[in-house]
Design a protein around this ligand. Structure first.
Ligand code: DLL
Length: 433
């Protein structure tokens, strides 16, 4: 189903004009309202009037995650606090989270693009959506929630976790759409079997899955176990949350809502556009967002773009490939973005721990588990066992409070973690996606 045919099936010229007008307006707005952008534009001698069309976008400088960190928490906001309705945060690269915010119009926009998403993957107002993405500062729960409301579907705001209860509600309510991370969908199926429930026999017909990388192999497995259509949706907090792109029923790439989020794919080394169809780093400009407009935001996800007509639906929105990797060392564990540098920051603050560490990620019973191996110094190593246990407990507590997910700590002898001559290898990811 198409949520809004007029918007999603625009002719290329119409779209270009809309994007150009929106970009001009955006550039004026940030130049006037956000000192960070004014300074950046002034540094390269760029005036808002130099931007006359969407084709001028390459004249604009990139924005990066570090810019959000440097302007923590609110300095990139383009509206006064009285216009802000909601504030979210996701993992930053070090101690402080990345903060994002929404005005009333931004929430409307979020609702629209998420209604497009749910309709795009095959949902209707008749569906009962069991929303097992986390509610709270994480963007998944509320994003899907707003979309379901806008579409007119019934939403069950169960949030993530409490798997047995999820399964009970699913059976009693006869929910038809499950929204969660792909790994949680697999975990839930295992729990179901243990409880004597056959996941293939539930009333779920569509899984709206995303927030972490997953392969087509994993899609097939989820589709088989649950007897559903497993659909990929993509987004990130900084741009809007979920709702940046979604698969239509052809599963032939993810349609980007490019009337609001203008996509470019660049070579991360040169910053230049790659050819259509070639892989590179996704960069997005939020054309209409009010609270936190972002110009040419370098996302770090590797994708390719396809502007050819969709073989399945009438949408003219371009399609991006599934995410093929990252340009940085971010990993996603149970839907939570984790940067090795966050762990390093904690270790540097704990007496007795050395900043030599290795993160080992694995998947057991469809659940991601993370172990951090930490080297201790000679003095601590010769201490009593009790002291070592205390140290390990302290590191665990600190890391868990920063990341918000469970972690196992293994203290290892001094000088046992392999030293590297070049880029240190901080992560061993044993998960087979
Ligand atoms: O994970 C938004 C979201 C919520 C998307 C629910 C889909 C469903 P963040 O926590 O800010 O936002 O993390 C964003 O997650 O840059 C990607 O690296 C990764 N990611 C999100 N969706 C996908 C996907 C949400 N479908 C970061 N495939 C992004 C692969 C994904 N990676």
């Amino acid at each position: 189903m198409i949520f809004n045919e007029k918007e999603e099936c625009m002719l290329p010229d119409e779209m270009k004009e809309l994007q150009s007008n929106r970009l001009k307006n955006l550039v004026n707005r940030v130049y006037e309202r956000v000192p960070f952008y004014k300074k950046k534009f002034d540094e390269i001698g760029l005036k808002p009037e130099h931007i006359q069309s969407i084709d001028d976008i390459e004249k604009l400088p990139f924005t990066k995650k570090v810019d959000l960190r440097d302007n923590y928490p609110f300095k990139l906001f383009a509206v006064p606090m009285e216009e802000i309705l909601e504030i979210h945060a996701s993992s930053g690269t070090t101690g402080k989270p990345t903060v994002v915010a929404y005005t009333k119009n931004d929430i409307k926009l979020w609702s629209t693009v998420m209604a497009r998403t749910i309709a795009g993957v095959g949902g209707t107002s008749k569906d009962i959506v069991q929303n097992a993405y986390g509610y709270g500062l994480f963007t998944g729960g509320l994003g899907v929630h707003y979309g379901a409301l806008e579409l007119g579907a019934a939403v069950v705001p169960v949030s993530s976790g409490g798997t047995k209860r999820q399964l009970m509600l699913m059976q009693d309510f006869k929910t038809t759409i499950l929204t969660c991370t792909p790994s949680y969908a697999l975990f839930m199926a295992e729990e179901a079997r243990e409880m004597g429930i056959d996941p293939a026999k539930t009333s779920i017909r569509i899984g709206i899955l995303g927030a972490e990388p997953w392969s087509d192999g994993m899609r097939k497995e989820i589709e088989k176990i649950w007897n559903i259509q497993a659909m990929d949706i993509y987004g990130l907090s900084e741009i809007i949350g979920p709702g940046v792109s979604f698969e239509c029923q052809g599963k032939c790439g993810l349609h980007i809502s490019s009337d609001f989020f203008y996509p470019e794919v660049i070579d991360p080394k040169t910053g230049k556009h790659v050819e259509e169809g070639e892989k590179g780093e996704l960069v997005i400009t939020t054309l209409t967002k009010e609270a936190l407009p972002l110009i040419r935001y370098k996302i770090g996800d590797i994708v390719s773009l396809d502007y050819s007509p969709c073989p399945e639906c009438k949408r003219t929105l371009p399609r991006m490939s599934k995410v093929a990797g990252r340009t940085d060392d971010m990993i996603i564990i149970r839907g939570v973005n984790v940067f090795p540098s966050q762990i390093e920051t904690v270790l540097l603050q704990v007496e007795g721990a050395e900043p030599h560490y290795l993160i080992v990620v694995d998947r057991q019973h469809s659940m991601d588990i993370m172990e951090v191996q930490v080297e201790v110094n000679e003095k601590v190593f010769s201490d009593e066992v009790k002291n070592l246990e205390n140290l390990s407990g302290k590191i665990k507590k600190e890391i868990e409070s920063v990341l918000g997910i469970m972690v196992n700590i293994k203290l290892v002898e001094p000088k046992t973690i392999e030293r590297s001559m070049g880029k240190a290898k901080r992560v061993i990811d044993k998960r087979k996606l």
